[in-house]
Every structure is written in C-alpha cells, then in structure tokens.
Design a protein around this ligand. Structure first.
Ligand code: ZN
Ligand code: ZN
Length: 273
C-alpha cells in the first residue's frame, strides 16, 4: 500500500462502496491493477465506474467482467452532450441488459462549464432519463449550476425515476427542493472529496441534513482528491477520507457512515455482496 495513512481504515466494519469512480485506462493507464489492489487492501468493497462517452462502454464492461467488485454506468456526460445522435439510444440499449451494467450515466447538466450548448445538454439528459425509466435503471446525474433546470425536467414526468446526484455541489436549499419534488423522484446524494475542502461550507451544511437512507460517498477519481491527499491523482481507496469527514460533520461513527453508504449503494444499484 503506497499511503500508509490509509492503514487506519482497514478494519472499519465491513468496508465501504465508492459510488462513483472513473477507473478507465484513460486515467489509469500504467497502474490500473495496483489501484484496484490498493482499494481492496483498505476494504473499499465495490465501485461504480460510470461512462463519460459511449465509445468507452466496451472497455468499462471488460474491466467489470474481470473484477467482481466493479460495476458500470453507461451514459453520455453533459460536457459531451453535443455528441448525442440518432444512434446513441440504440448504443446504450445494446449494453443495458449486461449483468454488470447497473445504471444510466453519468448524464446531466453542467451550466458552469457549458462545454456543450445548454439545449443539447437538456436533450441528451431527457433521452437518457427516458431510457432509465424504460429499463428501470437508476440514473447517475451530474449537475452543476443547473438545479432549477434539472428539477423542472425531473418534475415534468410523473413516472417514477430513481438515481443519485453525484459529486453534490448544492446546498441545504437544493436538498429541500429535491424533497419537494415528490415520491416519484427517488434520489440519493453522493458526496465527493470537495466535502473536505475548507471553502465547501454550503456543501458541508447540506451533508448534515441528508437523511441516513439517502447518503452515498464517492471519489469521482481521478479528480477531486480529498484532504489530506488533495492535489494528488484520486483513487477509490481515498473514499475513506471523505467518509471520515461525513462522519465528523454528522456526528456519527465512521463505521455507521460506512455501513449506511454501503447499504444505500447496494439498494440503489441492485448490487449483491
Ligand atoms: Zn460528474
Ligand atoms: Zn464522474
């Protein structure tokens, strides 16, 4: 293990799940294997590896087929939403029934970067929500500076939808507005390493009020490494640092947070032990 500080997490309960980790070759070309070993050494028991582009689906599925603890989300990220075309839905449908594919996503809206035009982001999101409903899969939502538009889209269809707001960057108001959408919008909140940053006070306040049965934790690696490894390339093993911050903020033991995040991820994504 290359980070000796992680050793203290080895015996915490029955481990924890990283609900969002990009373990693609693109980010871990040299040492994908050792990163997976490192994660297992500290009892990060399972991860969801969400796609960003549709062309990487075969690679993600191959990795999951070779690793019991890795599951896949398939979808098109809002940054690449302008790539959505008449074949995209069909591509997703071709893989959607694979046993390791547990979610649609990541998809969503990012009006902070606007790497794709807003209109195209909204269109690609709606198409992917349609697939999630049709195939009864949870959806992994990326949302940045677009809460009003996201909630309008989620509310306009009364058919049930379930999923996660990944790498949550909202505040208490966003949590409350989500609850007001009604029972058919069944969403979890996943906190990333941003939670550990001193300036993330709004996110920290939100983390205190999320219900126990809605809580998830993630790395979003290779990005956003938490304190004390901030600035390094992130990896699933580091999910513990964010979980530890959650425990501190919510005044719950780390073992309780780990158990909640594990149970909730298993329930949302239909994972087995
Ligand atoms: Zn994202
Ligand atoms: Zn992501």
């Amino acid at each position: 293990m290359h980070d000796t500080e992680l050793i203290r997490f080895q015996g915490i309960g029955s481990g924890i799940i990283d609900s969002h980790a990009h373990l693609a070759k693109e980010f871990f070309a040299e040492d994908q294997k050792s990163v997976i070993e490192n994660m297992k050494a500290v009892n990060v028991t399972q991860i969801i590896n969400p796609g960003i582009e549709l062309k990487t689906i075969p690679e993600l599925i191959e990795l999951a087929d070779n690793n019991d603890s890795i599951y896949v989300g398939i979808g098109l990220h809002p940054h690449q939403a302008n790539e959505w075309d008449e074949f995209s839905a069909k591509t997703i449908e071709n893989y959607i029934n694979h046993p390791k594919v547990v979610a649609i996503g990541e998809c969503g809206l990012d009006f902070y970067y606007n790497n794709s035009p807003k209109k195209e982001q909204i269109f690609a999101l709606k198409e992917q929500l349609k697939l999630a409903r049709q195939y009864n899969k949870p959806v992994i939502i990326h949302c940045r500076d677009a809460w009003t538009e996201l909630f309008e889209i989620l509310a306009e269809n009364s058919e049930p939808i379930r999923g996660v707001l990944h790498c949550f960057t909202g505040n208490i108001d966003v949590i409350n507005r989500l609850k007001q959408l009604g029972k058919h919008v069944d969403f979890y909140i996943s906190f990333s390493g941003i939670l550990t940053f001193p300036k993330a006070q709004d996110i920290q306040a939100a983390a205190k009020i999320v219900d126990d049965n809605r809580l998830l934790v993630e790395t979003d690696c290779p990005f956003l490494a938490p304190l004390p490894v901030r600035g390094k390339r992130n990896e699933p093993a580091y999910v513990w640092y964010t979980a530890e911050k959650l425990a501190e903020l919510r005044k719950q033991p780390l073992v309780t947070i780990a158990a909640l995040c594990t149970t909730n991820a298993q329930k949302l994504f239909g994972l087995t032990d």
